[in-house]
Write a protein that binds this ligand. Structure first.
Ligand SMILES: *Cc1c(COP(=O)(O)O)cnc(C)c1O
Length: 583
């Protein structure tokens, strides 16, 4: 062992020029850390350079909807994991260049030709707020580390509670890991309110989680990880036209459980989904919950609203639909009104989940678990004080959150977005996308060999069932839905729609152009609904496949929608050609 006694410091302040190697190494790196005091700083320079590189990945409005020129996957899996940390570090500019390179070929959510899913381009205020949150990195686990940055979480919660109609001063909110995190908080709240002792003893006996058949699959994540057990999920059938939970079926099930003395921890009201835009009616669910209290010794079932993908309809709650100040067209106006009416019901919820990274145009992750009564939730879930953390402010969520360290970036993005958009800005963006949706909706309605498979759907999605050119689409779709004798056709045209969906994906990845413009980035649904004679899904093949248009970007236009339909048609013709002319 050879130690070194070279002088490290000059005047105890600066690294001396002939300092030992570790110190010289560290000096280079120190110069590239963000300066903690005023002065020329490499961070801004590095970020600006990175932004310039990112901007080079953008294609024109007619170019492909992926980033950069090359959509190919640049790694092999699982070999890609065969890595070691290099002995010597890389220059910072090279590191950032490599970082940006990893975005090449990925989806460009803001591109007008992107209409894949509820994946939005972040707005400038939201992205900037989120990025800025990383620099001094307030930790919102507790007041001492969060200080005034806690306003982002508390004020956003208050704004959302006011919008719902809850008393903002009494509400509470926790930004967490996505809509699935919100579900987990909601279910945990229900379990704990039903059996506070379960926090110590663990789950003893069964408690039920009730949701609709359209509820998000994260029901499984939550019940699995919380230890409720996936067998304790009860899925209530949905109305076949609205896709909302069948309230008679819920009533019957709750009565049955009540009569058998089985406790319900939580009833989840799905308030919007990505395929069928299904809404359950929270007011009716509340009535039913109140009718069937849990057995003695249990608290009442909790009503959790999964609003993560639908919440933005509530910005129309107090819109003047008579005067229509933002001048929406009549189709859109009717839809907005209907959705806003449905959304008023969430006032009856005990808690809800809101994804700003979906219909709030924020970057990831920005999800708020919002609860009506802060005192009840925070007392129920309270844990004891820790010896090494001192309470310095009145707000210390670490005592009841599942997470310990929490970034403020999601809360800050949401806060900045609500401030920047205002209610009217939100209305303009949400309503504007709905305007675009109606363009494609109408084009499909007018097209003889395509049918809108979700005509009653009041979300952003148009599901397009595509048929061969010689088929009367509306007639065929009706027969497929209702006549078991047309099961063969359902399967045949499912295969066609799947092949069209895959063709469109292939075209998107390869930058294929139709009339000089790239084809859109879409997806398809393999069974967002069943045929009417297969409501219990006993026949896994008698379900409806369809091509999905899910515009989310503010850059979408009627022209893009027209082009989209042209591409769908071209993809169908190409598939039929490849199949030798028959379906
Ligand atoms: C997206 C979604 C979720 C899951 O949310 P994440 O933010 O992706 O975790 C839950 N429920 C519904 C209805 C969703 O659309």
């Amino acid at each position: 062992m050879e130690s070194n006694n070279k002088e490290v410091w000059k005047d105890g302040k600066e690294i001396s020029p002939d300092a030992p190697k570790w110190a010289l190494y560290r000096k280079v790196m120190t110069d590239e850390f963000p300066l903690p005091y005023k002065g020329p700083d490499r961070l801004k320079d590095v970020v600006v350079k990175g932004m310039d590189l990112l901007n080079e990945l953008k294609n024109g409005p007619e170019g492909p909807a992926f980033l950069g020129k090359d959509s190919a996957l640049q790694f092999h899996y699982p070999e890609v994991k065969d890595q070691k940390i290099a002995d010597k570090g890389m220059p910072i500019d090279d590191v950032i260049k490599e970082v940006v390179h990893m975005f090449e070929g990925g989806p460009n959510w803001g591109h007008p030709l992107t209409m894949e899913n509820v994946l939005p381009n972040g707005n400038t205020a939201g992205i900037a707020a989120s990025m800025l949150s990383q620099i001094f990195a307030p930790n919102i686990m507790e007041g001492e580390y969060g200080q005034n940055a806690h306003r982002a979480e508390l004020e956003t919660s208050g704004m959302m509670a006011s919008l719902i109609g809850w008393d903002p001063k009494l509400c509470g909110g926790i930004f967490t890991w996505g809509g699935s995190g919100c579900w987990t908080y909601g279910v945990k709240y229900g379990l704990t309110r039903a059996r506070p002792d379960s926090r110590w003893t663990g789950m003893r006996g069964d408690m039920k989680l009730i949701c609709s058949e359209q509820a998000h699959y994260t029901q499984q994540n939550t019940s699995d990880w919380l230890g409720i057990g996936m067998d304790n999920i009860i899925r209530i059938p949905c109305d076949r036209t609205t896709n909302g939970m069948d309230m008679d079926a819920l009533d019957k099930k709750m009565k049955e459980l009540h009569d058998q003395g089985i406790a319900v921890a939580v009833v989840v009201s799905t308030m919007g989904t990505t395929d069928a835009s299904a809404f359950d009616d929270p007011a009716k669910i509340r009535e039913i919950i109140d009718r069937y209290p849990n057995p003695k010794g249990y608290g009442d079932p909790l009503l959790y609203c999964d609003c993560v993908v639908g919440w933005s309809w509530i910005v129309f709650k107090d819109y003047d639909f008579e005067k229509n100040p933002l001048e929406f067209t009549s189709d859109v106006l009717n839809t907005l009104k209907a959705n806003a009416e449905l959304y008023k019901g969430i006032i009856h919820a005990d808690a809800c989940g809101i994804d700003f990274h979906k219909v709030g145009w924020c970057p990831y992750v920005s999800s708020l678990f919002l609860y009506k009564d802060a005192e009840v939730f925070e007392k129920l879930l309270a844990r004891g004080k820790d010896s090494y953390l001192q309470v310095r402010t009145p707000y210390n969520p670490m005592y009841y959150t599942i997470e310990v360290s929490r970034t403020v970036n999601g809360a800050m993005a949401a806060w900045a977005t609500l401030k920047y958009f205002g209610l009217e800005g939100m209305q303009a963006v949400v309503g504007g996308i709905e305007e675009c949706k109606y363009v494609i909706f109408k084009l499909v309605e007018e097209c003889p060999n395509m049918a809108v498979a979700n005509p009653g759907d009041t979300g952003f999605i148009t599901l397009i069932r595509v048929y061969p050119p010689d088929i009367d689409a509306k007639k065929m779709y009706d027969l497929e839905l209702n006549d078991p004798g047309h099961r063969e056709q359902v399967m045949k045209y499912n295969r066609l729609n799947e092949a069209i969906g895959n063709k469109l994906y292939e075209w998107y990845r390869s930058g294929h152009k139709i009339d000089g413009v790239c084809s859109p980035y879409m997806s398809f649904s393999t069974g967002f609904r069943t045929t009417n004679y297969n409501r219990d899904e006993h026949d896994p093949e008698a379900v409806i496949f369809a091509i999905k248009s899910f515009p989310m970007t503010v850059f979408c236009t009627p022209e893009v929608m027209k082009h989209t339909l042209k591409c769908v048609e071209a993809a169908r013709d190409e598939v039929i050609k490849e199949w030798g002319g028959t379906v």
